[in-house]
Write a protein that binds this ligand. Sequence first.
Ligand code: S3P
Length: 225
Amino acid sequence: MGEIPSHPAKMTLGLAGHNKDDRERRLAEIRQSLGARSIVLIGLMGAGKTAVGRRLAAWLDLPFTDADSEIEEAAGQTITEIFAEHGETYFRDGERKVIARLLEGSPQVLATGGGAYMNPKTRAAIKARGISIWLKADLRVLLKRVARRDHRPLLAVGDPEAVMKKLMAERDPIYAKADITVESRDVPHDVIVGAVVDALADALGCEALPTRSATTATPRRKKVQ
Ligand code: S3P
């Protein structure tokens, strides 16, 4: 087996069209424009928040935090156990507190659980301390991704397709309040990371270098102040 490349993801990212110096400059510009804010990924189960978030953090040289893991650590239980023993309301309360605490920290890439953004207090905290990115995936993509794992209590009861459709109807209008929306398609996660980077640069007004691709980035961008 050959040597493991130090940063294999960079080969396939949306910024691959730029040379290395341009790319680094652009990423540095994004980091600088963020100031004290964190990047907060929101969206349904299976949207790729953790996988994309981890890679995005590596690219931007920021710490990555997964809210669900932090909740599990704080509770000393898995999310499935929390739901089973204490119920969803208890979980939601803990989720709100943990995310509020995490947002008080230094800039990071924070992947939230699918229901977190539904809480108005959490939405307000994210607005105050971060830039929200909705990873928006279609039903087929979401179902394909969640079928690989069985750790999600909301999908353990009833027909996953019906549950997911219901959640999409309830949540999509709220997710749409995010600062940035990026289509999370059935392509390698690194391609989505590239689109996120382009959309972030655009929303933050990093104009030194043009975005490589307008087609892979968000269809609906808002300027983030
Ligand atoms: C939930 C999503 C899960 C987890 C919990 C509830 C939801 O996180 O927080 O099972 O309400 O959509 P992921 O979106 O990371 O799967």
